[in-house]
Design a protein around this ligand. Sequence first.
Ligand code: ADP
Ligand code: MG
Length: 720
Amino acid sequence: MINNYLNTDLKFIKGVGEKTADKFYTLLNGGQIVREILYHFPVDFLDRTYNPKISSLLDGTSPVGKVATLKVEILQHKKGYKRSPYKVICSDGTGRIAIPFFNVKYADWIREKLPTGQVRVISGKVDKFRGELSMSHPDYVLNEKYFNDILIMETIYPLTAGLPNKSVRGAITRILNHLDRLAGMPKSSDRKEADITDEWIDKRMIGQDDFPSWLEAMKAMHFAKDRDALEPDFLPRKRLAYDEILASQLALALLHRDERELKGISTHGDGRYVKKLLDALPFDLTTAQKRSVDDIFQDMATPKRMLRLLQGDVGSGKTVVALMSLLNAVEAGGQAVLMAPTDLLVRQHFKDLFELLNKAGLLDEVPIELITGKDKAAVKREKLGKLASGQVKIAVGTHSLFQDKVEFENLTLAVIDEQHRFGVGQRLNLVSKAKENPADVLAMSATPIPRTLTMTIYGDMDLSIIDELPPGRQPITTTTVSVEKLDELTLSLKSKIAEGEKIYWVCPLIEESDKMDFAAVETRFRYLQERLGGQVAFVHGKTEKEERDAIMQNFKNPNGTVKVLVSTTVIEVGVNVPDATIMVIENSERFGLSQLHQLRGRIGRGDKKSTCVLLFGSNVTPIAKQRLIAMKETQDGFVLAEEDLKLRGAGEILGTKQSGFPRFKVADYGNDKELFYAAKDDVKMILHKDPYLQTDRGRALRCLLKLFGKDKDLINIIAG
Ligand code: ADP
Ligand code: MG
């Protein structure tokens, strides 16, 4: 019963109707059913408790614009003519107020609603003009018995055109009242499905004894009486947030559980290629790298499917670890792929791997191929043929690699870089592809993201963290400099260049305009060229690929002529120039923390001391200032990521283009941190105790998954 009701189309709700229903669908971004509108929460309050005598409105301080609720007797209707409105004159015995209606079309309705001689309650904005008091088009015109019902703090919902607050409030109120009735009805003893009256939260376990039930929480949110209900700590909100987080993490864990349970492969490399690689490297692995490799090799050896996330800041040495894993797969007779979300990243990976294989003299034994969406058809066909025949051992490509026609002879390992940047749809695609083959999965991420966000994408994946930079790295000094000191800065760079140091100079991307961007980079280039001479070059998104590659090569070459590279953020990913020791970031106040961190990661790669100069303009907001301070204080990407979450809130982080993180309706990545951790433990416990959700709580959890529409993908999985 209740479950059916929650899935009812809104157009069937009393007082909604087909036409208004369309407005509701728009409001809910396509959401159409009862449970979806319940997650549309008030964001503000309107005070309707102001209930003055009309005389005081006439005599006291100006009431204009105030919302008042009045009990009045209707004295007289005055038909409008020409431009003047239809007016209803009312009185409360102490004075008069007019209710003007500017659309005379409704005259019948007005006469019916406000009959002469009767008492009515009206509520709306008061106006006063030339001593005459008025309330045009009141929000409410009601029978006097409803006086106390509207004399309240009224909840205000986010709205859409043509849908007044009254309608949204009314529909939700009716729905909740109906749910309340349904919930109070006796339950049939043979009901198979749990519903919202069953509790799916183990309050004890997560230390939240005080959490109200789902229905109580919903009522507390929608029938809220004061602003406390808008606070992040409002207990009913916390409860509903926990629901949402739990549903999301449980769904993810069930998916992963399913993947893990698929037939896996037991990969035992004999170490011959890995040894060649290690022998060719001019360094020893760090402890953190070794630990990660051990984790990965152990996972690969077991017949279960590996689902592991390798996390490490830029420059922590993930590439070597990834390559060792790929080689392990190849040694055991398998093939491996490495996927990344953008063409640029893919090319960089390919180049890195190719160079390392080349150094190790492995190119013949371990053929590697780059596959991109940009390959010409014939070329692509040939490459794919080599994958299918097993001739190519390692393939590097964008996600297009995993699209339709790609066949492998024996794929045993997939390394997926920056998985969160794949869209949600693509990720699901990867999952379903994974179902067709049992390859081990190693996700890899250099983006330090707050833990709460990691959980929503990678869920319960096993985690290896490279939390140690290779030895010999000099810490980077970070300074902030006003752009007014540009001349001095440039002058000081001159001597650095003379000493053989190289400089990145980054101008911010101007999102809306390629042209302005280009102009900004070019202007700065001219300025620097004038002062520093021919050793300055610039690249821009518009620069031809060949020219750009040539410039980058020159900049990278220890004997190259380019010493200062001016660019937009195109150099953000995948550049490795150990000689570069200075990074100047212009208008650094406009960058996000993660981006600043990424950029800074481009320097400090050699053994020389490096400096990051954050140039700031005249318009530095307090938050931007905090960001720059954070940059000066730490070099730890994960600390910065948490700081970023605190400063910007999740909304903005999620708003960035590259993000594939789920957006929550109630939960907040920053404010509800503790709930994310609690849910993580909870999910672990659930999967351990009740893996197919068959206990009473398990059945209630199925209801929770349904509440968030997460059941469809999971039906087969929880069917067991
Ligand atoms: P990531 O992929 O994590 O950003 P890379 O794998 O590109 O980092 O490594 C950055 C640089 O550090 C590379 O030049 C690499 O050769 C070097 N490197 C990697 N591991 C070590 C190590 N253990 N000791 C010294 N240098 C290392
Ligand atoms: Mg395995």
